[in-house]
Design a protein around this ligand. Structure first.
Ligand SMILES: N[C@@H](CCC(=O)N[C@@H](CS)C(=O)NCC(=O)O)C(=O)O
Length: 258
Protein backbone atom coordinates (compact mmCIF):
# COMPACT_ATOMS: atom_id res chain seq x y z
CA UNK A 1 0.00 0.00 0.00
CA UNK A 2 1.20 3.47 -0.82
CA UNK A 3 1.25 5.91 2.09
CA UNK A 4 1.54 9.65 1.62
CA UNK A 5 2.67 11.95 4.41
CA UNK A 6 0.73 15.18 4.04
CA UNK A 7 -0.62 18.12 6.08
CA UNK A 8 -4.25 18.79 6.94
CA UNK A 9 -5.00 22.41 5.92
CA UNK A 10 -7.57 22.66 8.71
CA UNK A 11 -4.90 22.31 11.36
CA UNK A 12 -1.85 23.81 9.61
CA UNK A 13 -1.20 27.51 10.18
CA UNK A 14 0.28 27.87 6.66
CA UNK A 15 -2.78 26.33 5.04
CA UNK A 16 -1.37 22.89 4.23
CA UNK A 17 1.29 21.52 1.90
CA UNK A 18 1.05 22.64 -1.71
CA UNK A 19 3.66 20.08 -2.75
CA UNK A 20 1.61 17.42 -1.00
CA UNK A 21 -1.49 18.65 -2.82
CA UNK A 22 0.20 17.86 -6.15
CA UNK A 23 0.71 14.25 -5.14
CA UNK A 24 -2.86 13.86 -3.83
CA UNK A 25 -4.31 15.19 -7.08
CA UNK A 26 -2.14 12.82 -9.14
CA UNK A 27 -3.17 9.84 -6.98
CA UNK A 28 -6.83 10.63 -7.63
CA UNK A 29 -6.29 11.17 -11.36
CA UNK A 30 -4.35 7.92 -11.68
CA UNK A 31 -6.76 6.06 -9.36
CA UNK A 32 -3.89 4.63 -7.32
CA UNK A 33 -4.93 3.06 -4.00
CA UNK A 34 -3.28 4.87 -1.11
CA UNK A 35 -3.62 6.02 2.45
CA UNK A 36 -2.77 9.44 3.86
CA UNK A 37 -0.77 9.94 7.03
CA UNK A 38 -1.66 13.37 8.36
CA UNK A 39 1.26 14.86 10.22
CA UNK A 40 1.99 18.13 11.98
CA UNK A 41 4.34 20.78 10.64
CA UNK A 42 5.39 21.74 14.13
CA UNK A 43 5.48 18.42 15.97
CA UNK A 44 6.62 16.08 13.19
CA UNK A 45 8.35 18.09 10.45
CA UNK A 46 10.13 20.71 12.54
CA UNK A 47 11.06 18.59 15.55
CA UNK A 48 14.43 16.97 14.73
CA UNK A 49 13.68 14.26 17.29
CA UNK A 50 10.26 13.30 15.89
CA UNK A 51 9.62 9.77 14.63
CA UNK A 52 8.83 11.31 11.23
CA UNK A 53 12.26 13.00 11.03
CA UNK A 54 14.09 9.94 12.38
CA UNK A 55 12.29 7.23 10.38
CA UNK A 56 10.73 8.83 7.31
CA UNK A 57 12.33 12.10 6.31
CA UNK A 58 15.31 13.74 8.01
CA UNK A 59 14.85 16.67 5.59
CA UNK A 60 11.67 17.55 7.49
CA UNK A 61 9.55 18.08 4.37
CA UNK A 62 6.37 16.68 2.87
CA UNK A 63 5.24 15.06 0.68
CA UNK A 64 6.87 11.70 1.31
CA UNK A 65 5.75 8.47 -0.29
CA UNK A 66 6.28 5.22 1.61
CA UNK A 67 5.61 1.85 0.04
CA UNK A 68 6.64 -1.34 1.81
CA UNK A 69 9.81 0.22 3.19
CA UNK A 70 10.60 2.20 0.04
CA UNK A 71 10.73 5.92 0.83
CA UNK A 72 10.60 8.65 -1.80
CA UNK A 73 10.82 12.42 -1.25
CA UNK A 74 10.42 15.39 -3.61
CA UNK A 75 7.03 15.96 -5.17
CA UNK A 76 8.22 15.87 -8.79
CA UNK A 77 10.01 12.54 -8.26
CA UNK A 78 6.89 11.16 -6.56
CA UNK A 79 4.67 12.32 -9.43
CA UNK A 80 6.91 10.62 -11.98
CA UNK A 81 7.03 7.44 -9.89
CA UNK A 82 3.23 7.30 -9.56
CA UNK A 83 2.89 7.76 -13.31
CA UNK A 84 5.38 4.93 -13.90
CA UNK A 85 3.17 2.68 -11.75
CA UNK A 86 0.22 3.39 -14.05
CA UNK A 87 1.40 2.54 -17.56
CA UNK A 88 -0.67 3.92 -20.41
CA UNK A 89 -1.89 6.95 -18.50
CA UNK A 90 -2.15 10.24 -20.35
CA UNK A 91 -0.63 12.35 -17.55
CA UNK A 92 2.81 11.05 -18.50
CA UNK A 93 2.69 9.93 -22.12
CA UNK A 94 4.97 7.23 -23.41
CA UNK A 95 6.04 9.00 -26.63
CA UNK A 96 9.49 10.45 -25.84
CA UNK A 97 8.92 13.96 -27.18
CA UNK A 98 5.46 14.34 -25.65
CA UNK A 99 6.81 13.12 -22.34
CA UNK A 100 9.84 15.40 -22.58
CA UNK A 101 7.66 18.47 -23.07
CA UNK A 102 5.56 17.60 -20.03
CA UNK A 103 8.80 17.03 -18.13
CA UNK A 104 10.14 20.38 -19.30
CA UNK A 105 7.27 22.19 -17.55
CA UNK A 106 7.33 19.90 -14.53
CA UNK A 107 11.02 20.69 -14.11
CA UNK A 108 10.50 24.41 -14.78
CA UNK A 109 7.96 24.52 -11.96
CA UNK A 110 10.44 23.37 -9.31
CA UNK A 111 13.61 24.83 -10.85
CA UNK A 112 12.35 28.29 -11.88
CA UNK A 113 8.84 29.12 -10.72
CA UNK A 114 8.95 27.99 -7.08
CA UNK A 115 12.37 29.58 -6.34
CA UNK A 116 11.03 32.92 -7.61
CA UNK A 117 8.05 32.61 -5.24
CA UNK A 118 10.28 31.64 -2.32
CA UNK A 119 12.21 34.90 -2.71
CA UNK A 120 8.99 36.83 -2.08
CA UNK A 121 8.03 34.54 0.79
CA UNK A 122 11.39 34.85 2.48
CA UNK A 123 11.66 38.60 2.07
CA UNK A 124 8.18 38.88 3.59
CA UNK A 125 9.32 36.47 6.33
CA UNK A 126 6.59 33.98 5.56
CA UNK A 127 8.83 30.98 5.30
CA UNK A 128 7.28 30.13 8.66
CA UNK A 129 10.55 28.96 10.22
CA UNK A 130 9.25 30.51 13.45
CA UNK A 131 5.51 30.58 13.97
CA UNK A 132 5.63 33.70 16.07
CA UNK A 133 2.40 35.56 16.68
CA UNK A 134 3.82 38.61 14.89
CA UNK A 135 4.39 36.68 11.69
CA UNK A 136 1.24 34.74 10.91
CA UNK A 137 0.40 33.98 7.33
CA UNK A 138 -3.07 35.40 7.92
CA UNK A 139 -1.32 38.78 7.98
CA UNK A 140 0.60 38.00 4.80
CA UNK A 141 -1.14 40.46 2.51
CA UNK A 142 -0.76 43.35 4.96
CA UNK A 143 2.90 42.53 5.51
CA UNK A 144 3.43 42.22 1.78
CA UNK A 145 1.87 45.66 1.27
CA UNK A 146 4.26 47.15 3.81
CA UNK A 147 7.27 45.66 2.07
CA UNK A 148 6.35 45.77 -1.58
CA UNK A 149 8.16 49.06 -2.28
CA UNK A 150 11.48 47.83 -0.85
CA UNK A 151 14.01 47.25 -3.66
CA UNK A 152 14.67 43.58 -2.79
CA UNK A 153 10.97 42.82 -2.66
CA UNK A 154 10.33 44.70 -5.90
CA UNK A 155 12.99 42.63 -7.60
CA UNK A 156 11.57 39.39 -6.18
CA UNK A 157 8.06 40.33 -7.38
CA UNK A 158 9.39 41.16 -10.82
CA UNK A 159 10.99 37.74 -11.10
CA UNK A 160 7.77 36.01 -10.07
CA UNK A 161 5.80 38.03 -12.62
CA UNK A 162 8.41 37.45 -15.34
CA UNK A 163 7.88 33.72 -14.83
CA UNK A 164 4.10 34.10 -14.90
CA UNK A 165 4.43 35.97 -18.18
CA UNK A 166 6.28 32.96 -19.63
CA UNK A 167 3.52 30.64 -18.50
CA UNK A 168 0.86 33.06 -19.79
CA UNK A 169 2.50 33.18 -23.21
CA UNK A 170 2.70 29.40 -23.30
CA UNK A 171 -0.99 29.05 -22.45
CA UNK A 172 -2.06 31.60 -25.08
CA UNK A 173 -2.46 28.94 -27.75
CA UNK A 174 -2.93 25.73 -25.77
CA UNK A 175 -5.20 24.55 -22.99
CA UNK A 176 -2.50 22.96 -20.88
CA UNK A 177 1.19 23.52 -20.27
CA UNK A 178 2.28 20.79 -22.69
CA UNK A 179 -0.57 20.44 -25.19
CA UNK A 180 -2.39 17.88 -23.07
CA UNK A 181 -3.30 17.70 -19.38
CA UNK A 182 -0.22 16.28 -17.66
CA UNK A 183 1.80 16.06 -14.45
CA UNK A 184 3.16 19.49 -15.35
CA UNK A 185 -0.28 21.08 -14.95
CA UNK A 186 -0.71 19.37 -11.60
CA UNK A 187 2.56 20.80 -10.29
CA UNK A 188 2.10 24.27 -11.81
CA UNK A 189 -1.56 24.56 -10.85
CA UNK A 190 -0.83 23.95 -7.17
CA UNK A 191 1.97 26.55 -7.16
CA UNK A 192 0.53 29.46 -9.16
CA UNK A 193 -2.35 30.49 -6.80
CA UNK A 194 0.03 30.74 -3.81
CA UNK A 195 1.19 34.16 -5.00
CA UNK A 196 -2.26 35.51 -4.15
CA UNK A 197 -1.77 34.49 -0.52
CA UNK A 198 0.94 37.16 -0.46
CA UNK A 199 -1.23 39.69 -2.27
CA UNK A 200 0.26 39.20 -5.75
CA UNK A 201 -2.59 39.38 -8.26
CA UNK A 202 -3.17 37.03 -11.19
CA UNK A 203 -5.71 39.39 -12.79
CA UNK A 204 -3.47 40.47 -15.65
CA UNK A 205 -3.09 36.88 -16.93
CA UNK A 206 -6.29 35.85 -18.77
CA UNK A 207 -4.88 32.56 -20.06
CA UNK A 208 -3.62 31.55 -16.61
CA UNK A 209 -7.06 32.37 -15.16
CA UNK A 210 -8.81 30.26 -17.80
CA UNK A 211 -6.37 27.38 -17.24
CA UNK A 212 -6.96 27.51 -13.45
CA UNK A 213 -10.71 27.38 -14.10
CA UNK A 214 -10.17 24.26 -16.23
CA UNK A 215 -8.09 22.62 -13.50
CA UNK A 216 -10.49 23.59 -10.71
CA UNK A 217 -13.39 22.06 -12.62
CA UNK A 218 -11.87 18.58 -12.21
CA UNK A 219 -13.12 16.43 -9.33
CA UNK A 220 -9.56 15.51 -8.30
CA UNK A 221 -8.75 19.20 -7.76
CA UNK A 222 -12.01 20.03 -6.04
CA UNK A 223 -11.23 17.34 -3.48
CA UNK A 224 -7.89 18.96 -2.60
CA UNK A 225 -8.72 21.50 0.12
CA UNK A 226 -5.23 23.06 0.10
CA UNK A 227 -5.52 24.02 -3.56
CA UNK A 228 -9.18 25.06 -3.35
CA UNK A 229 -8.51 27.40 -0.43
CA UNK A 230 -5.63 29.12 -2.20
CA UNK A 231 -7.68 29.40 -5.37
CA UNK A 232 -10.94 30.53 -3.81
CA UNK A 233 -9.08 32.72 -1.31
CA UNK A 234 -7.45 34.46 -4.29
CA UNK A 235 -10.89 35.03 -5.83
CA UNK A 236 -12.34 36.28 -2.58
CA UNK A 237 -9.47 38.74 -2.23
CA UNK A 238 -10.10 40.03 -5.77
CA UNK A 239 -6.72 38.72 -6.97
CA UNK A 240 -8.01 35.95 -9.29
CA UNK A 241 -10.70 36.66 -11.89
CA UNK A 242 -14.27 35.80 -10.91
CA UNK A 243 -17.72 37.35 -11.03
CA UNK A 244 -18.91 39.66 -8.27
CA UNK A 245 -21.66 37.13 -7.48
CA UNK A 246 -19.14 34.31 -7.03
CA UNK A 247 -16.89 36.48 -4.88
CA UNK A 248 -19.87 37.30 -2.70
CA UNK A 249 -20.75 33.60 -2.30
CA UNK A 250 -17.24 32.45 -1.36
CA UNK A 251 -16.45 32.15 2.34
CA UNK A 252 -13.67 34.28 3.81
CA UNK A 253 -10.44 32.36 4.13
CA UNK A 254 -9.70 31.25 7.70
CA UNK A 255 -6.26 30.17 8.80
CA UNK A 256 -5.59 27.64 11.54
CA UNK A 257 -3.83 29.04 14.58
CA UNK A 258 -0.24 27.94 15.18
N1 LIG B 1 11.12 20.40 -3.35
C1 LIG B 1 10.29 19.80 -2.36
C2 LIG B 1 9.79 20.86 -1.40
C3 LIG B 1 9.04 20.23 -0.24
C4 LIG B 1 8.58 21.31 0.74
O1 LIG B 1 9.31 22.27 1.02
N2 LIG B 1 7.39 21.12 1.25
C5 LIG B 1 6.91 22.06 2.25
C6 LIG B 1 5.41 21.92 2.37
S1 LIG B 1 4.65 22.35 0.80
C7 LIG B 1 7.56 21.69 3.56
O2 LIG B 1 7.74 20.53 3.81
N3 LIG B 1 7.97 22.69 4.36
C8 LIG B 1 8.71 22.43 5.57
C9 LIG B 1 8.28 23.28 6.74
O3 LIG B 1 7.42 24.14 6.61
O4 LIG B 1 8.83 23.04 7.80
C10 LIG B 1 9.12 19.05 -3.03
O5 LIG B 1 8.74 19.45 -4.14
O6 LIG B 1 8.62 18.07 -2.47
Amino acid sequence: MIRIYHLDPDSDWLGGARNGAKVMIALRELEVAHEVVWISRRDDMRDPQSAFRRRINPWGTVPVLEQDGFILRESAAILRYLAELSPGNSLWPAAPQRRALADQWLTWECAMLVPSLLNVVRLGRYDGVEASSADLIENAQARYEEKRAEPGMRDAQDRWHANLQLLEANLADREYAADHYSLADIALGCAVPIGTVFGMPLLEYPHINAWLTRLASRASWQAERTFMRDYEGGKKAGLIRCSAAERERLPARRWAKP
